[in-house]
Ligand binder design. Structure first.
Ligand code: FES
Length: 170
């Protein structure tokens, strides 16, 4: 049995079915199939409690029929994918790039760290929240300072607003 076959076998029938739905939306040639890599990685990540292991990325690449290295390029480029390390149920990402920084993001990060008892890049002991590491502009400058929580944008942040949002997470 080849290594590729072994990795594809990691995909459940349900996961294959969901990936097939995405594959059906793109041209069936090899470049078209590659377009399904992002939703396919999301499927694997969601099913794995919020992070990807190497063999998940390899399995998806093999199933789609794209070079594994290209799948890893995608998985490591986008900050919405979390590799090799378990994350909390919720991912809180406070933007600290220029517009947000000028509007007090550093203070908000320090506040969130103190409130949660963790530093950026860490997860609370109860596994509830991961404070995502600093990264580039999150494309919400008009509402700076802002953060993204589980894919949802929250703008014009204050300490009070952060309290409200964090309190609302299960
Ligand atoms: S700098 Fe924070 S969203 Fe652009």
């Amino acid at each position: 049995m080849s290594q590729e076959t072994e990795q594809v076998e990691l995909l459940s029938a349900d996961q294959r079915q969901r990936i097939d739905k995405w594959l059906a939306q793109y041209p069936s040639d090899s470049s078209g199939r590659k377009s399904a890599i992002i939703p396919a990685l999301h499927i694997m990540q969601d099913d794995n409690g919020g992070y990807l292991e190497r063999n998940h990325v390899e399995a998806v690449a093999d199933y789609i029929g794209m070079p594994r290295v290209e799948a890893f390029e995608v998985a490591t480029f986008y900050s919405m994918f979390h590799l090799d390390r378990p994350t909390g149920r919720h991912k809180v990402n406070i933007c600290t790039n220029i517009s947000c920084w000028l509007n007090g993001a550093d203070d908000l990060v320090a506040y969130a760290e103190q409130r949660l008892g963790i530093r950026q890049g860490e997860t609370t002991a109860d596994g509830r929240i991961t404070l995502v590491r600093e990264e580039e502009c999150l494309a919400g400058c008009v509402g700076a300072p802002m953060m993204v929580v589980d894919g949802h944008y929250y703008t014009h942040l204050t300490r009070e607003r952060i309290d409200e949002i964090l309190d609302g997470l299960s």
